[in-house]
Design a protein around this ligand. Structure first.
Ligand code: LMR
Length: 397
């Protein structure tokens, strides 16, 4: 049966962690996967999460099946966080939200639903994009193409190219957009650029699918919701996948959601019924623990305030590391100007290092980043930054 099964390539991101784990170099640093580590290089268990879990443990709740669309209080909290509790779509009940298995799960449920809805549509992702976008939409049966996004020469966004590509896309094309903290480049659209993107999506009757996996890691929780608010104001239907993997440091709990903004409540009810079929036929219903943690935090004012404070501290530390790596590279004698790293936002920096340099960093120094040159700035700390800077200095000179 399996004679002809070919060996699949290693996942470009998670496969790197496998390689990192097997590396015996005591100085190794994992700047590959998008995970926030504290200044001691430890994965944080947020205090708001600990407190929520204490509350949950004290309740000794039994573990029945959740509804197919997840914990109602969780879905409601996601709606408020993503669209605003007082927003018209939330108040009028025209957002269908389902608890999903991470942001990836949200993308997949949305992709499967879209494939049923409009099987002939094409999907456009940014060039470059999170490596898994292509995989998820391809495996849902779509042809996936790209729109220009990154301009390597000017180190920024190739905005004209992006707009032209969207303007040429046939009606119904699904456009996957990074709502904030673009992964992998770290370059986000400005407010005016978002206005133009929303306008072309509306004019060309495209379907926007916003991936918001990093809310709170750019400028702040509310600030990072700008793209969602702009699409909301456009009056168009759109999709948003969200995740608490990073913002609650709940990576392994797989806590995410898919929200679909519809024209009215009745439409949202029909859409929800279809999303439930996608979920039921994939994994039946979501797990209880992570969703309950997130719901407890978001719906308890003191825990919510504590979370905002802890998320703010993560955001500030990442920004400090951006400034620090630029300084350390200079101090290590690197002539090339890396100050662009401080203009990028979120967990990642598209460092401009070549594949050969990334391979050397890994093989010779145990410093792991993605071959594309993406490094996770959120994994730098005061103890490993000198070593990382010295290693980069050696491969760029
Ligand atoms: C990343 O881009 O590293 C993260 O989103 C983790 C993942 O699942 O790839």
């Amino acid at each position: 049966l399996f004679n002809a099964v070919e060996m699949a390539p290693r996942d470009p991101i998670l496969g790197l962690t496998e390689q990192y784990n097997a590396d015996t170099n005591p100085k190794k640093v994992n700047l590959g996967v998008g995970v926030y580590y504290d200044d001691n290089g430890k994965l944080p268990l947020l205090e708001c999460v600990q407190k929520a879990e204490e509350k949950m443990m004290a309740a000794h709740a039994a573990r029945g099946y959740l509804p197919i669309d997840g914990i109602a209080a969780y879905d409601a909290a996601v709606k408020s966080l993503v669209f605003g509790a007082e927003s018209e779509p939330v108040k009028s009940g025209r957002v269908a939200t389902v608890q999903c298995i991470g942001g990836t799960g949200g993308l997949k449920v949305g992709a499967d639903f879209l494939k049923k809805l409009n099987p002939a549509a094409k999907v456009l992702i940014s060039d470059p994009s999170w490596e898994n976008h292509r995989g998820i939409f391809t495996n849902a049966g779509f042809t996936v193409e790209t729109y220009p996004y990154y301009d390597a020469e000017k180190r920024g966004i190739h905005f004209d190219g992006m707009l032209t590509a969207l303007d040429r896309a046939p009606a119904g094309t699904v456009v996957v957009l990074h709502a904030c903290c673009h992964n992998p480049t770290g370059y986000d659209l400005t407010e005016q650029q978002w206005d133009q993107v929303v306008a072309v999506v509306k004019a060309r009757k495209l379907v926007a699918f916003l991936d918001m996996a990093y809310q709170g890691f750019g400028q702040g929780i509310a600030e990072d919701g700008m793209a969602v608010r702009k699409f909301m104001a456009s009056g168009e239907d759109f999709f948003v996948s969200t995740s608490f993997s990073k913002s609650l440091s709940l990576y392994g709990e797989r806590v995410g959601a898919l929200s679909v903004l519809c024209q009215d409540k009745e439409e949202a009810t029909r859409v929800l019924s279809q999303l439930k079929i996608v979920i039921r036929t994939n994994y039946s219903n979501p797990p209880t623990h992570g969703g309950q943690i997130a719901a407890t935090i978001l719906n308890t004012p003191e825990l919510r305030a504590l979370w905002e404070q802890e998320l703010g501290a993560m955001r500030v530390r990442i920004k400090e590391m951006r400034g620090a790596i630029v300084e350390k590279l200079k101090a290590a004698g690197v002539k090339r100007d890396f100050s662009f790293i401080t203009q990028q936002v979120g967990m990642f920096s598209y460092s401009g290092l070549t594949k050969d340099q990334m391979v050397r960093l890994r093989d010779e120094f145990g410093v792991y980043g993605i071959d594309s040159g993406r490094i996770c700035v959120a994994a730098l700390n005061s103890k490993n930054i000198d070593y990382v800077a010295a290693s980069i200095a050696k491969v760029v000179q």
